[in-house]
Design a protein around this ligand. Sequence first.
Ligand code: ATP
Length: 235
Amino acid sequence: MLLEINDVHVHYHKVAALKGIDMEVPDDGIVTIIGANGAGKSTTLRAISGLVGISKGAIVFAGKRIDGLAPEKIVALGIAHVPEGRRVFPGLTVEENLRTGAFLRHDHTEVAKDLDEVFQHFPRLKERRKQWARSLSGGEQQMLAIGRALMSRPKMLVLDEPSMGLSPVMVQEIARIVRDIVHRGVPVVLVEQNAELALRLARFAYVLETGSIALQGPAHELHDNAHIRRAYLGG
Ligand code: ATP
């Protein structure tokens, strides 16, 4: 397994947000985490990227224990996190935003190559490379946030609600891009409110309910599960 989460607990002050979760992410494909608001999905991603500390358990990435490491160390080990709400730098251009994703790298020729590759994934970003990020649409900003994460040349990508607030057409476009990234060999951990989309894209799924894993299994099985259909897929 590329990533192993073992009995992880997270507390915000005294409130338990994760109450002992176990997850595995193989080195290919998409693993999704679905669940209601406040179930702990974003907290799981933040724990993986070192943005919140864990109070118990262990997180192992590529054979190395990463819980307790600083977020930038975790990025350097190969985990790139695209947070909810696509936080791009509005006052930087598209290209400058992308280059910030490579801030830990010194291999300038390779960075230039990766910039070209990101522009292949996202032709719209190439057209707008000199524009301020603030002038982009929501979907384009999501593309920029994903592109920036790819600039760190990650071994694994962690995406928090990439479809949030986007038009149906743009949601399909983002889905295509996520599939494309996986085909190029980068596994993805995907958190989504849009459970239909998530279960269609992923190979394996975890369902979080108030900080615990209520259900897990192959995504197509969960898609057909009566409880999941009722709770998350609108009947
Ligand atoms: P959402 O889709 O609404 O983001 P989520 O499943 O991602 O939901 P989390 O954001 O991980 O859920 O939140 C899990 C629990 O932790 C919730 O009860 C939430 O209120 C609480 N929580 C999250 N962030 C903080 C914080 N910074 N301080 C205190 N409590 C927090």
